[in-house]
Design a protein around this ligand. Sequence first.
Ligand SMILES: [Zn+2]
Length: 264
Amino acid sequence: MKLFKKIITLMLVMTFAVGAFVSDYSTVEAAKKKTVKQKDIVVVLDPGHDSVHHGFQAYNLDEATINLYIAYYCKNELERYNGVKVYMTRYGFECPYGANPDSASGCLSARVDYAKKLKADFYVSIHNDYDADVDPNVSGCKVIIPNPNYRPDLCVAGYNMASSILTQLTATGLKIDDWKMCPNGTGIVTRDSAGGKYPDGSAKDYYAVINKTKSNGMPGIIIEHAYVTNKADRENHLSTVEQYQQLGVADATAIANYYGLKLK
Ligand SMILES: [Zn+2]
């Protein structure tokens, strides 16, 4: 019986010792983790178009200018969160990479190169729409995401970010655009190039900023916020600085939610 008691006591002492060691070790590890700074998420916002390639110019509204406003408001809002660095592919009206009046392609490539240099985690291209048939009934928001080819993980990232964005944009009163080019009812669409291929032979994404970001290993999306050719979209979302701010804040909130960022 005495021996038994001794063994029990020894076991208890050992348990305590091991427990103390483990908790000491955990404390040290936790302290170590605190001193290793987590890498900030890098988001590159791309205000679509510029002073040479304007996008739409209609109803006294200029898409390149509206996109720039939305991007600035998005950047300001996103910078209220911890753990994120936000850059823009242009901060002024001109293409900062040398505008070629005959083609936007060089500027689009240079924008993606800029994001690559920054090791961007996400490339978010900010646009607004003009219905090619000037159909006044076409309205609402959609997000064009990478197709599932070549880098399916970037398609998944694009899909999840797009869901987050559409949640916020529809909360501003915008409808979902069931885009007639690629209708599926969800407002989250992909569009394939007719002839272009990725290195594995699969169809490239149609839009340059999507196929170029994908080729550089980054998820890239295009947000089409609203239609200038629709009266309600134009008057309620694209006409005042306050409306641009609302769209920029919606985009920022969506990006912050996607990454689970916390306000400073
Ligand atoms: Zn555009």
